[in-house]
Design a protein around this ligand. Structure first.
Ligand code: NAP
Length: 338
């Protein structure tokens, strides 16, 4: 895929049309080991050439560094890109395993001003609540987010890792364009309640970590031994110890399907997520993360792959067999509260 661009999809009933695959930019500043700014910038430019228009960041990624890093790219292409960022989460630099979550109105107002400043734009296209602060009713937080829309600081609203009930309560306050939650061949918990609710409400699904944080590409098999000491994946139960070895064995059916198509494992993982749009009848816009131009090409090319019914059946049992949770503390994920 060098000359053609990817298909498009709508970010829910109320959102804009975007490339049917977005780009996760988190790893360019945070979580996944050493980064190369020049290579990351080349990745952003290549993504845009391929028709990728939805770019995903958050104020928490590198404590604002990711938003600052992306700002020149966004400014150079302001009319071509859809900027998605998030508030709610902060990670104390002296304790990277800790998470502070806030959803109260004064915090949201302070967070949006800080993101607008770092991004150096007049408005954020898609503003997500990153995590739920269970001490604040969701209607109160979404009420403040709706005020930001009316004030022109934000164009569309999104929620990340919410339950179906939380999504319904939020939608009663203001239209929600997208729910961003983990969804991949390894993480399918949202299919039970969140996905049907999103379909009913006209909300798009934006699957994060669609490559299982890289595990589904086969690029690492055990976080303890294959990744640097500060890599976030070393905190995730499914990528470490005995779980990692058990989970690596689950890649075999993906390998079988990849060989049949003559493509990579990661491309099959992405094709599977993308095909959930047809299976569940709603817009699905995955945001695989990469910092490498060659990989963004490979990932974008997955939008042309169609899996057969037999291939989907072969891949079906994988998620139920995964050993270990996707987070060490599941209270902050929708599955921990459904
Ligand atoms: N809402 C939330 O709570 C939340 C949580 C996590 C992530 N996110 C968002 O979702 C985005 C994507 O998720 P993610 O980055 O966690 O996981 P992912 O997209 O499943 O996987 C990213 C990992 O896969 C590697 N990779 C990408 N393409 C590859 C390819 N073609 N071949 C081999 N390896 C490849 C990347 O390495 P390289 O970068 O070195 O290529 C990176 O280590 C993030 O960037 C972030 O914006 C949101």
């Amino acid at each position: 895929m060098t000359d053609s661009t990817i298909p498009t999809a709508r970010l829910g009933d109320t959102g804009p049309e975007v490339g049917a695959q977005g780009l996760g930019c988190m790893g360019m500043s945070f979580a996944y080991g050493p980064t190369d700014a020049k290579e990351s910038r080349a990745t952003l430019e290549r993504a845009l050439e391929l028709g990728i228009t939805l770019y995903d960041t958050a104020d928490a990624y590198g404590n604002g560094e990711n938003e600052k890093f992306l700002s020149p790219f966004f400014k150079a292409h302001r009319d071509e890109v859809v900027i998605a960022t998030k508030f709610a989460l902060s990670i104390p630099p002296d304790d990277p395993t800790r998470r502070i979550i806030r959803n109260d109105p004064p915090y949201i107002r302070q967070a949006v001003e800080a993101s607008l400043k770092r991004l150096d734009v007049d408005a954020i296209d898609l503003y997500y609540m990153h995590r739920r602060d269970l001490h604040v009713p969701i209607v109160e937080s979404v009420g403040t987010m709706a005020e930001l829309v009316r004030e022109g600081k934000v164009k569309h609203l999104g929620l990340s890792e919410v339950t179906a009930a939380e999504l319904r309560a939020a939608q009663a306050v203001h239209p929600i364009a997208a729910v961003q939650s983990e969804w991949s061949l390894f993480s399918r918990d949202i299919e039970a309640k969140v996905v049907p609710a999103a379909r009913d409400l006209g909300v798009a699904l934006v699957p994060y970590s669609p490559l299982g944080r890289g595990f589904l590409t086969g690029s690492f098999t055990n976080a303890d031994t294959d990744l640097t000491a500060d890599d976030f994946r070393r905190q995730q139960p499914r990528f470490t110890g005995e779980n990692a070895a058990a989970n690596a064995a689950l890649l075999e059916p993906i390998r079988t399907v990849a060989e049949a198509h003559g493509v990579s494992l990661g491309q099959i993982a992405l094709a599977w997520v993308q095909q959930q749009a047809t299976v569940h009848d709603l817009p699905v816009i995955p945001i695989p993360g990469t910092r490498k131009p060659g990989r963004v090409e490979e990932n974008a090319a997955a939008t042309t792959i169609e899996l057969t019914k037999e291939e989907l059946e072969l891949l079906e049992p994988i998620a139920a067999q995964v050993a270990g949770d996707r987070y060490a503390d599941m209270r902050f994920s929708s599955a921990g509260r459904e």
